[in-house]
Design a binder for this molecule. Sequence first.
Ligand SMILES: Cc1cc2nc3c(=O)[nH]c(=O)nc-3n(C[C@H](O)[C@H](O)[C@H](O)COP(=O)(O)OP(=O)(O)OC[C@H]3O[C@@H](n4cnc5c(N)ncnc54)[C@H](O)[C@@H]3O)c2cc1C
Length: 393
Amino acid sequence: MNQTADAVVIGGGVHGTSVAYHLAQRGLRVILLEKKFLAAGGTGKSTAVVRMHYDNIPEAQLVHVSSKYFFDWANVVGGDSGYVKTGFVRIVIPTEVDALKANVAMQQKIGIRTQVITAQEFREIEPAWDVSDVTFAAYEPDSGYADPQATTLSFATRAKEMGAQILQETMVLKINTTGNRVTSVTTDKAGEISTGKVIVVAGAWTPHLVKPLGIDLPIVCERHQVASFVRPPKIGKPHITCIDGAREMYFRPEGQTLTLVGCGVGKPTDPDNYNENIDDPQIEFTAERIARRIPSMNDGLSQGGWSGIYDMTPDEKCIADALPIDGLYVNAGQSGTGFKIAPALGLCISELVCDGKAKTVDLTPFRMTRFAEGKPLMGEHPYSTSWHTGRTK
Ligand SMILES: Cc1cc2nc3c(=O)[nH]c(=O)nc-3n(C[C@H](O)[C@H](O)[C@H](O)COP(=O)(O)OP(=O)(O)OC[C@H]3O[C@@H](n4cnc5c(N)ncnc54)[C@H](O)[C@@H]3O)c2cc1C
């Protein structure tokens, strides 16, 4: 027998489960459909860094709201997101120090706990690092990283406790409409599910789901690699998490002994058929890069690594919007930095669906039409180096 739902969420990554959780909290009967298993997409491969440093107000607002979840997960959501507070530092090239200071001031206005530190203060935090190229950096004492699977599971578990159904290994084949209204979705295993609201949160697969409805989303899929190294004992305790714009990489500790490093240029790929391992040359490339910032990592040992997919938009910001069909919504195109904003975006999408407008953070800057309008979302003080896509502007 066909089921009905107030809302159907397509995709069981951190964003889909966050949307399902927030909609269930609003009292909607939600069915979430995931074609494989929870966190099977970009989420499961995420390094899940939670930092506040952005060059634009809308994303900084989203991460500020999200930080209140990560810093107190057990009380806000329940369960565990695996959040580890390591502290965070943002390094930029010397010509971008003024932009860094302006961005820190913008974040402070929003209420984010961040400050500019001198090279000397940096050395006191991380004496083993080579910061000879750094004059100033941005420092966030509360930032760190979470566990992407645990975060997703926690949202899904709490959504279920509030009445949502989470159907894994169930693929949406088609979104059905009558006139200009969403009416149902057709699935491979659960038949047709009648609903007036469909939220597509399917990461890199999102464009394929909405294209048959005449909607073209500018989202492309790229493969990106993460290398894992065992730190030499002389480095000792876990270090701070870092986005290093000067060396064009990001890195963070994992547990007590490992360091994860991401860098290099992503390659277009098929999200259903890509090499999920790390390439050998990438291990060498990454090892050289991290050793330039932390010289004692020359004695680190490779533990291999993995690859994951980014769902990239032209301005590297997500599309979170109501689509031009009644009852159809999208939250996708997180462009390799979306883990940390999933709590806030789930809340904002639930407001858009239930109240007609997001209230917590204005989603207008993330509208689908910004590309056709020639108004991509850019910060007032952007950086030219790219630490996570390898594409220096
Ligand atoms: C290597 C890597 C490192 C990253 N590091 C960070 C970081 O440090 N910090 C940060 O903030 N972000 C980071 N990100 C980005 C972040 O992890 C992603 O933006 C985020 O997890 C995307 O979540 P999502 O739910 O939007 O998409 P996904 O996790 O891709 O979920 C989409 C889901 O939809 C399902 N699906 C697709 N089609 C269908 C269908 N037809 N029917 C049913 N289900 C379907 C898929 O199986 C998938 O599970 C990283 C990403 C990668 C790959």
